[in-house]
Design a protein around this ligand. Sequence first.
Ligand code: ATP
Ligand code: MG
Length: 493
Amino acid sequence: METKDSGIILSIKDVSKSFPGVKALDNVSIEVARGIVHGIVGENGAGKSTLMKILSGVYTKDTGTIVFDGETIEHTTPIESLNRGLSIIYQEFNLVNTMSVGENIFLGRFSEMHGMRGTHAEARKLLDSIGCTIDTRTLVGDLSAAEKQMVEITKALSFQSKLIIMDEPSSSLTSDELKQLFGIIGDLRARGVSIIYISHKLDEIFELCDIVTVMRDGHVIDTKPVGELTRADMITKMVGRSIEHEYPERPRCVGETLLEVRSINTHKLHDVSFELKKGEILGLVGLVGAGRTEIVRAICGADKVKGHQVLINGKPVKIKKPADAKRHGIGLVPEDRKLQGLVLRFSVQSNIVMASLDNLTKFGFVDASKEKGIAERQISNLGVKTPSAQTTVVSLSGGNQQKCVVGRWLEINPQILIMDEPTRGIDVGAKYEIYMLMKQVVENGGSIIMISSELPEVLNMSNRVLTICEGRITGEFNPETVSAQTIMDSAIG
Ligand SMILES: Nc1ncnc2c1ncn2[C@@H]1O[C@H](COP(=O)(O)OP(=O)(O)OP(=O)(O)O)[C@@H](O)[C@H]1O
Ligand SMILES: [Mg+2]
């Protein structure tokens, strides 16, 4: 039995949870020790986030027992679990952009802090304790993703958290920021705080975690010290079969020049010019914030940019808005699926067919059976885990939402497909599926521009790599002959 002083901070026993049409958790049992980093891995839709939301009181479990710090938790709310010492940091941060850092950390507790002065002073102390130098009066809206995360961590510390859950915390961090995060996690562990760390990036799990639990389809498959597993073991447990290669063979379909971009200049970009060949996969590498997304948004007419030229097959084209881009056969899988990609209230089907609507409408009516066909094709193509095509997208797991955005563009078979972080939040097995689809696109005569922060993915999938640093193209490389280090050096400038 766990008591307040036992070595176990959290004990989850036989917890189950169903949603309409899905058993998200099926008799899940996990024990988390004090002062360790406990990794959780599993395919998209395995139930990781659901379990964490039950712990933090966002969802209620159907059955099972949860004991936190010696206390059996029956029903809880997010604020109760915070006060108990359990906090969760979501990938989509829970901060108020229009308020300052200090105010966010002590939101709703200003009087306890004896007003604003006390609030900022206390916030300063806590930020210092994790080696973070952000001014407490800065507006959260002006912070980078990494800084916001530091604020979230500080907020967790302000509640004297004994367990901090991080659900895919690293996806928008640069490698330096990641190092900093790992440093902070190490310090927390040394202070006896436990961390649950969820990630699809297995390298991080190996580097950071003491213990890892693998989940699949709502079940716990295994819990083991990280040292006792190889990467291949972990993947096999995650996807239920062994995966020999993480990447397909690199496609080689490069032909004539298809797209030419000349002189994009904005406040962030400086004289960006490049070419894309027919059948080519072109990788754009750079740090978060280097201007990669701005480049593709300028090409697609998503941002107002003047003075540059875009040529397709040698002919100048005018792209003033995304609809123009689409008309010229350019599709964009955006970086932020929630902001630019998906309509969360709509069904999986509506989201997938969204880009195909022009082809589906006859005299203003949508052809419902065609629509259904498209949705089902992409759901099976990409292995989207959903009870049905009619399910609302908001209830899908993060990775499965991403697959819907990718499926939408694959369906219209664009001549030029631009993918901005296409595999963010996607599990290993599904990543392979996306790589295969990319391969299919170029083999069918399309071309791809891929932006990715995951260097191995760029090195294995592209035919050519451009590095971007502070809004400029700083290098062009053949990924088959160049070292990862050379590319990183060029991307850092
Ligand atoms: N609010 C909800 N309503 C209906 N179904 C839900 C809801 N939340 C989660 N689900 C379903 O529960 C299952 C588990 O989802 P969960 O988000 O826990 O997966 P995950 O392991 O976090 O996946 P990912 O790696 O993609 O984030 C999925 O099938 C998902 O569709
Ligand atoms: Mg999740």
